[in-house]
Design a protein around this ligand. Structure first.
Ligand SMILES: Nc1ncnc2c1ncn2[C@@H]1O[C@H](COP(=O)(O)OP(=O)(O)OP(=O)(O)O)[C@@H](O)[C@H]1O
Ligand SMILES: [Mg+2]
Length: 467
């Protein structure tokens, strides 16, 4: 449901005029506040919310023209309409110059006034829609949506808070699905630019030939198909933030133009000569190995250095420890609500299974796994049988071998963590059949049971003894 229109502010020193306009506008469904002087009008505007001002030109004290100038200065988003008994073209021009969007000479037909007012009401609605649209685009991005209590994630949230309010260029490097987009969004939302546009461009999704015109715009006739002049997205982002996702896929020639843009915000539209300039904060991200890209000459080292003012490295999920559980519960709640499944919990065994996976697709993979489980479940608890075998995913990402063990920490814990991964992997491969898993690992069934107990791999994994 849309919010009601705020009232209109009517300023006229003639009482009869005020009363008759007020009742006519009320009949049309407008709420009206009426005052007799410009001074009283300014006071109303300072405290209340109005969608427009209708003012008489000749007022005692501050004149209607002075009032218009003041409104244009202090409340540039509130349109004003002037009515006057002494209409001359010269005065009309003056009113428009002072900031009136329209000018009505007395006597006027009521429809004329209503028509002008309806236009302002429409404009107000559009502005409001636009603002709320912008809000919904970015409101998903805030620090509280970045879940995780592992030290690197906590540190990352702190760095976002510190860096967001600055204009520093940010480079986000991390594997696919580690939350690079979330970081970029949060940096914009927490900056002074939050009320301005947040423009996101995926450099890998736009053909190389079109990317330059997308970014910087083009002049009419710049290339076949350029039928009209088009503004660049950097112009749309003026005053706000531009997020260049997958920047590692940008061509070298465009990298050079981006470098120039980064120096001072200047650019030229494709096929144009004029140098244009905007004020934009740039955030870039890539999941490519940027050092390797520089070594193979795919990425300009000078651009890298220019982008690399502040660097974020969202850690892969397999290095976030218990965050896997926190994230799983977070997604469980989201999808359970979304799919109307009531309150769902994660069984101990299901959690163990999640903890032992290496998550090559990171948080995105976990999100998908939980979504699938919530869709499939008919009970209030998520058990391992609702989780995928993970073998295909692991193979797809080319990580058939177990991860190299982490190198720091308590040796006993590291060793049992590694051992647990091996045992769980074998259980998974053998569909949780104990006999076959024991064969696979070349130990006896009892030895396997003993290990499972010691490693806290509970029986809930559904492992069975029979063939
Ligand atoms: N810390 C987190 N807390 C909550 N959700 C997260 C977190 N990190 C990532 N996600 C979610 O995981 C999904 C993938 O994140 P995102 O799109 O930001 O990844 P990315 O790093 O941009 O990946 P790619 O390189 O593939 O584009 C999104 O649905 C995002 O909301
Ligand atoms: Mg992304």
């Amino acid at each position: 449901m849309s919010a009601p229109l705020p009232p209109l502010l009517l300023i006229d020193d003639e009482k009869n005029m005020r009363l008759s306009l007020q009742s006519m506008l009320a009949d049309e469904g407008y709420a009206v506040d009426a005052v007799e002087s410009a001074e009283a009008g300014v006071e109303k505007l300072s405290t209340g919310d109005y969608f427009m001002v209708v003012t008489d030109a000749n007022l005692d004290g501050m004149s209607g023209y002075e009032l218009l100038t003041k409104i244009k200065d202090r409340w540039p988003n509130i349109p004003s309409l002037m009515i006057t008994a002494y209409a001359t073209p010269k005065l009309a021009v003056e009113a428009i110059k002072a900031g009136a969007i329209d000018y009505l000479p007395k006597p006027f037909a009521p429809e004329e006034l209503l028509h002008a007012i309806a236009r302002c009401a429409e404009r107000h609605k559009l502005i409001r829609q636009n603002t709320s649209l912008r809000k919904t685009v970015t409101e998903g991005f805030s620090l509280k949506h970045i879940i995780g209590e592992s030290p690197r994630v906590v540190e990352m949230r702190g760095l976002i808070r510190t860096v967001a309010p600055t204009d520093a260029t940010v480079l986000i490097l991390g594997e696919s699905g580690t939350g690079k987009e979330l970081i970029a969004g949060a940096l914009h939302t927490l900056s002074d630019r939050a009320s301005e546009h947040y423009v996101r461009i995926n450099c890998a999704a736009i053909p190389e030939t079109l990317l330059e015109s997308e970014l910087f715009g083009h002049e009419k006739g710049a290339f076949t198909g350029a039928l009209k002049q088009k503004n660049g997205r950097v112009e749309e982002a003026d005053g706000g933030t531009i997020f260049l996702d997958e920047i590692g896929d940008m061509s070298r020639s465009l990298q050079a133009k981006l470098l120039r843009f980064l120096e001072d915000g200047s650019f030229t539209r494709v096929g144009g000569n004029d140098e244009l300039r905007v004020n934009v904060r740039l955030i870039a991200a890539t999941n490519r190995d940027i050092v390797e890209a520089i070594q193979t000459n795919d990425f300009r080292a000078d651009l890298f250095h220019r982008l690399n003012v502040v660097q974020f490295n969202p850690p892969p999920l397999r290095e976030r420890g218990e965050d896997v559980t926190l994230l799983a519960r977070h997604f469980l709640e989201i999808f359970a609500t979304h799919l109307r499944k009531g309150t769902l919990t994660l069984s101990e065994a299901a959690n163990e299974r999640l903890m032992s996976h290496t998550w090559p697709g990171n948080v995105r993979e976990l999100r998908n796994v939980i979504e699938r489980a919530v869709i499939l479940t008919t009970e209030s608890e998520i058990t391992p049988k609702l989780l995928p075998g993970f073998e295909i995913e692991t193979r797809l990402h080319g990580r058939q071998d177990p991860e190299p063990p982490p190198t720091r920490g308590n040796l006993d814990e590291l060793v049992s963590g590694y051992e647990k991964r091996i045992v769980l992997g074998a259980l998974e491969r053998n569909h949780f059949n104990i006999n076959r898993t024991a064969d696979d690992l070349q130990v006896t069934r009892h030895a396997l049971r003993y290990r499972m107990q010691r490693l806290n791999i509970s029986n809930e994994t559904g492992a069975t003894d029979d063939e």
